[in-house]
Design a protein around this ligand. Sequence first.
Ligand code: SF4
Length: 449
Amino acid sequence: MALTGIQIFKLLPKTNCKECGVPTCLAFAMNLASGKAELDNCPYVSDEAREKLAEASAPPIRPVKLGKGVREATAGGETVMYRHEKTFYNPTTLAATIPASMAEADLAARLTAWNAFQYERVGLNLRPELIAVKDDGAGPDAFAKTAKTIAETSEFNLILMSEDPEVMKAGVEATAFKRPLIYGATEATVEAFGEIAKAAELPVAVKADGVEALIPLTDKLTAMGIKDIVIDSGSRDLKGSFADQVAIRRAALKGGNRSLGFPTITFPCEMAGNADMEALIAGMFVAKYGGIVVLSEFNTETLFPLLLERLNIFTDPQRPMTVTEGIYEIGNPDENSPVMVTTNFALTYFIVSGEAEGSRVPCWLLIKEAEGLSVLTAWAAGKFSGDDVGIFVKKSGISDKIKHNELIIPGYAAAIAGDVEEELPDWNITVGPREAAHLPAFLKAKVGA
Ligand code: SF4
């Protein structure tokens, strides 16, 4: 049975040496209890305690690292059924498929196009992580060559898809440096694929005919000493595959079933007749509970909404998204450009900066730390008071960049104008519009544009 954080804490050295990456043994114990840390991160656990803790501290769904480099990702590691209970930790990784026999020029063109599908949003770079190279009978050499080209010439990481151990071996030899996922060991090939994965220290996916049938396969790999496993229940119909995802998550989290405590791989590309339906099915797996979602290809019309959905699902619902406090330039402002101030709630920042950009009036946007609250909430909570805003403006260094002394505050924070003036007696405080949508007209009027 799982131990509580306090029970785990009693078995730790209690020296608070911080080597595990958190400040105290108690914090480490809490992370272990919630599956957010691994016991191996503490080098000082006694053998006796290790034995007691090993079972209890393993995350209910093992986090499995996929790939190397800037698009390295982790699948699994989740600890709750529902996002609102806590948060989901490791965003569903997105893959597109390339047949091993694809011609060199086509492959290069596709990699160039897919690499460009990166989207800046709330200060993050949203992009897919994986390409699944599919053995289409072209032979081991072609499989290895295509996989190697992707590994060497793109940021993408790989899923190697073949049922033939010889083809898989060739692919692994060519791309092991990029830590590809081996897919997929079946009842017939689990030992051969397990050997390949073990020798190259790579994660391996198993495919079975149903959830129950996965258990002997993962048990076999675990007995071989392989820990990084991904599971595919084999279902390719909408209802069945959805039910399998829920059953696997529930079995791992609620039933403590270690044999199913692994991230899943799903295949909308094999479940839909057109790109729109494929995207809808992929969206379902992003929400529940795909560790990896394999699409037939990436195209911007469906990829962007999926990335956005993923961002929303895997954002901690208890912590607002924020941007860093500081001075932000919009459209190459100069010493005469208007200066606005607002809070560090990411949505506020992106709406205000978007409208300011749209106005084509270069300006300075000061972002004040306000615990990620919107203007009205921050003001009501005392996080965007006149004194605080005045002190922040003084310290921000904006005075060194401008020759005027006018500060525009948000319309919803009009009540702080007097206090800001007291803190900044040499400045003129102007109350801006309440709604960001009215900002372009306001800014244009201000500069006479
Ligand atoms: Fe405690 Fe071990 Fe972490 Fe040190 S490394 S703080 S002993 S849990």
